[in-house]
Design a protein around this ligand. Structure first.
Ligand code: GDP
Ligand code: MG
Length: 440
């Protein structure tokens, strides 16, 4: 299952505050695999993954945002950016024209949408102009009956344009007119000419392209042709109750610069949903918990406060001080504010004692901290636990691995030494104080 492997990859980032190039590459590959298997157009997938990769590597996560949340937010934002919000459908008087190939689900969707508008207190009517497909009239009539909406069609009519004109007149009491049209097996000139003529008579407020979720790469040509002839304002994706994920519709959305209006999820008139990006993106990625993701995204900024609870400043006074401790401390400083405030949180070290700190001992600007974190990512665990053992060759390797220079690596080690001395001093003071107290 692609979704679970994407989730697994993302879960590997749990607890990390920095994301490496390899991490980003792995995630992007998983996303590409998910989207391609959901029928999303190759060039769209490439564009999307380039954007995700670039942003994940270039943008600075807000202080305290875990790497996993940061990447998820980028993935989510880029997909929402591509897919867009639901097509705007004001609940007012309007005429909607449906276009699409035969079997895409136009007639079913017409009745479904009419039903949907009726639940919003509007009075819809379905007008069937399909004179091509045998039984089209009966099908539309029956579905409209099931949706309990007004219906107009002409079982003996031969001119779709005339039926459209008459239909609008006959249903003039209705608020929402949904005009169903004929499709063909493939795009043919007469289909395009016919729908152009209908469009001229109907003058729709919105033209929606109805697409079967299973449509793959063919979506592009269709979308382009219908968009050129009548202008497409939105897409209806049908048959999402099947196995297809509807990624082809994204091509249509992109091609027509439009959005998704409705989703069809079954054969009954009630099997219709207004499009919501969250659920659709979850489905595309095969991740079931995008709602949670959205929440996580919202929480990402507030996360800083949660993190504070995980780190106890007092820990730093226990045992040996390592680069990992320094990194945690720097993060804590980023999250908590200036070090003197952090020191206030340590019992016995508030007040006058912090004034004895060397001025620059704890002066780690955010800029420096980021460089340090990049450098630390190229260190082994052993090096981080015991930085004193890092020799000239290792400095060289770390600098190369992190894309920094040896001077910067040495600065980090200097900073570490300075902090370690200060901490030791504090530890000494702490026990001295402790002894004084015991002697009293
Ligand atoms: P049209 O030729 O574009 O008008 O397509 P129809 O509305 O006649 O639909 C073609 C077939 O697809 C019919 O058998 C419908 O019942 C079926 N269909 C349409 N929408 C859906 C859907 O959302 N889910 C399922 N399972 N079937 C659908
Ligand atoms: Mg039809």
């Amino acid at each position: 299952d692609l979704g679970s492997s994407l989730r697994g990859t993302l879960d590997k980032l749990r607890g990390k505050s920095r994301i490496s190039e390899e991490d980003v590459e792995e995630i992007v590959k998983e996303i590409q695999r998910s989207l391609l298997s959901a029928d999303v157009d190759v060039s769209l997938v490439m564009e999307l993954s380039d954007n995700i990769e670039r942003r994940a590597l270039e943008e600075e996560p807000p202080a305290g945002t875990p790497a996993r949340d940061f990447v998820l937010r980028i993935v989510y934002e880029e997909l929402v950016d591509l897919i867009g919000e639901s097509t705007d459908l004001p609940l007012e008087e309007q005429t909607i024209l449906l276009a699409g190939l035969q079997g895409s689900g136009k007639t079913t969707s017409a009745a479904k949408m009419a039903w949907w508008f009726s639940t919003k207190g509007l009075r819809p009517a379905v007008i069937q102009t399909d004179t091509f497909r045998p039984g089209a009239f009966e099908q539309a009539e029956q579905m409209s009956e099931r949706a309990e909406v007004e219906f107009y069609g002409d079982p003996d009519g031969e001119d779709p344009v005339q039926i459209a004109r008459e239909g609008l007149e006959a249903t003039s009491d209705a608020d929402v007119h949904i005009v169903d049209t004929a499709g063909r097996h493939a795009l043919e000139d007469d289909l395009i000419a016919e729908i152009e003529q209908i469009e001229g008579v109907v003058e729709p407020d919105r033209s929606l392209l109805v697409l079967d979720a299973a449509i793959g790469q063919g979506a592009k040509d269709q979308a382009q042709q219908f968009d050129e002839s009548i202008g497409i304002d939105g897409v209806v994706i049908t048959k999402l109750d099947g196995t297809a994920k509807g990624g082809g519709a994204l091509t249509a959305v992109d091609q027509t610069d439009s959005s998704i209006a409705f989703l069809g999820t079954g054969e009954e008139v009630q099997d219709v949903e207004r499009f919501e990006p969250d659920g659709f993106i979850s489905r595309l990625l095969g991740m079931g918990d995008l709602g949670q993701l959205a929440e996580r995204v919202e929480r990402a900024m507030a996360q800083t406060e949660d993190e504070e609870e995980d780190w106890d400043p007092e820990d730093m006074l226990q045992g040996s001080f390592t680069l990992n401790d320094m990194q945690k401390q720097m993060q804590a400083m980023n999250n908590m504010g200036p070090l003197d405030q952090v020191m206030d949180m340590i019992p016995g070290f508030g007040g006058g004692i912090k004034d004895q700190l060397p001025d620059d001992a704890m002066d780690v600007t955010q800029e420096r901290m980021r460089t340090f974190e990049v450098i630390m990512d190229s260190m082994t665990d052993a090096e981080k636990e015991y930085p004193k053992a890092i020799g000239a060759n290792q400095v060289k390797r770390i600098a190369r691995g992190s894309g920094t220079d040896e001077q910067q690596v040495r600065e980090l080690l200097e900073q570490f030494k300075m902090m370690e001395r200060t901490i030791k001093q504090f530890q000494g003071m702490g026990s001295e104080k402790e002894m004084q107290r015991m002697m009293q």
